[in-house]
Ligand binder design. Structure first.
Ligand SMILES: Cc1cc2nc3c(=O)[nH]c(=O)nc-3n(C[C@H](O)[C@H](O)[C@H](O)COP(=O)(O)OP(=O)(O)OC[C@H]3O[C@@H](n4cnc5c(N)ncnc54)[C@H](O)[C@@H]3O)c2cc1C
Length: 354
């Protein structure tokens, strides 16, 4: 009987792993099952554009691999039984595994801010981004949108929405003094200047205390900020299923792993992408590279070869400021303007067509 590799989540990490296994040649005695609640991969790095109304739903879908070696099980994964090595999925009998890969991505982190989950919109899932799209695009002319969190997704969201709806009042709230924490000063200043020039109000050094319907309360202020829609881009954590998993985690709730990306307590379970504790910020790029490395490790295990140790080499980070401008860091080089935007569009095109 074939051994079963079950991959939870067909996102950047899970799919990179499966595609690499198929490209390198899956051993005859291994069968792959891919489980996801969506019938396609959602290009999460572009969800801000879906929410803003500048990208169609259909543009952000990538078909899952079609191969006789891959069985697709579509449904919501509700729990894992690590003792019996079973995955529980809505609409399916329990799915047995010999090797499991957890690649379920992340969800919002509200940092205990009261009302944030209830009164803000998310762009962390396809479904949530569609909901945000409807809410944003139904706002009456001259309405107010407040985006909480001035990291990459908050900046991309604010700029894309500005290009989509010139009439809206858009504010971007950031806890720290600078947008795009972790980026070089020149990039932070460039993005801030672009946003100000495009009439996005920046509320820096602003710590939210609580959110109520149409009102945001800021620490140290008696009055509230009025808003029609609040968008949350102020933090992430692994999905709820991983939050519930009884295993060692880092401060961000990500699963601690050994050098082969296996759970320290259970070598039959590998973890890829946003759920994995790695010395890098979570990103699609890290998830993709790590997915390929796990494929090489699995092939070595199955073929009784030496386990390869491959460092994760990042190519750089790119961000969009609307459809015509952007920024990026490649090694020690910062790039701004049209070129990084074109490169970002090219990468998106490649990931849709590869
Ligand atoms: C707006 C935005 C912009 C971003 N921009 C960039 C960028 O420019 N560059 C970059 O590198 N990264 C970017 N990121 C981060 C990047 O999208 C993530 O780091 C990446 O998607 C992580 O890949 P993953 O494989 O871990 O998970 P994902 O790609 O999120 O895939 C997880 C999969 O698991 C499935 N799933 C989850 N829970 C369940 C369940 N219970 N049952 C069944 N299926 C389930 C989901 O449907 C999904 O298909 C951005 C993120 C956002 C939100």
């Amino acid at each position: 009987m074939k051994k079963k590799l079950v991959v939870l989540g067909g996102g950047y990490g899970g799919l990179a792993l499966i595609n690499e296994l198929l490209n390198k040649g899956l051993p005859n005695d291994i069968a792959i099952t891919l489980i996801d609640k969506q019938p396609f991969q959602g290009l999460k790095t572009e969800y801000y554009a879906l929410a803003a109304g500048t990208a169609a739903d259909s543009e952000l879908r990538v078909a899952f691999p079609q191969s006789p070696d891959v069985t697709l099980a579509l449904g919501e994964i509700t729990s894992l039984d690590r003792t019996k090595k079973l995955v529980h999925v809505t609409g399916h009998d329990p799915i047995a595994y010999d090797y499991l890969v957890i690649g379920l991505g992340c969800t919002d982190h509200y940092h205990g801010i009261v009302g944030a989950a209830q009164y803000s919109n998310s762009i962390q899932t396809f479904q949530a981004a569609r909901k945000a799209y409807t809410a944003l695009n139904n706002i009456a002319p001259y309405g107010t949108v407040t985006i909480v969190g001035g990291g990459l997704s908050g900046v991309e969201m604010a700029s894309e929405l500005r290009e989509s709806r010139g009439d809206l009042k858009i504010s971007l709230i950031n806890r720290g003094p600078k947008l795009l924490g972790g980026f070089p000063d020149g990039i932070q200043n460039y993005a801030a200047q672009w946003l100000r020039e495009h009439d996005v109000e920046l509320l820096l050094n602003t710590q939210l205390e609580r959110i109520e319907h149409n009102h945001l309360f800021v620490e140290g202020s008696d009055s509230s900020l009025e808003t029609d829609i609040t968008l949350w881009t102020a933090g992430i954590q692994p999905v709820e299923l991983v939050q519930r998993l009884d295993a060692d985690k880092d401060k961000g709730g990500r699963l601690k792993l050994n050098k082969q990306y296996q759970l320290q307590s259970d070598p039959s379970i590998f973890v890829v992408g946003d759920c994995a504790s790695l010395p890098y910020a979570p990103s699609a790029q890290v998830a993709g590279i790590q997915g390929e490395h796990i494929a090489h490790i699995l092939l070595a295990i199955w073929k009784d070869k030496t386990i390869p140790v491959e460092p994760i080499k990042l190519r750089g980070t790119l961000g969009a400021l609307g459809k015509h401008s952007g920024f990026g860091v490649m090694g020690s080089m910062s790039i701004k303007g049209r070129i990084p935007r074109l490169i970002k569009s090219g990468i998106l095109w490649r990931s849709k067509h590869s």
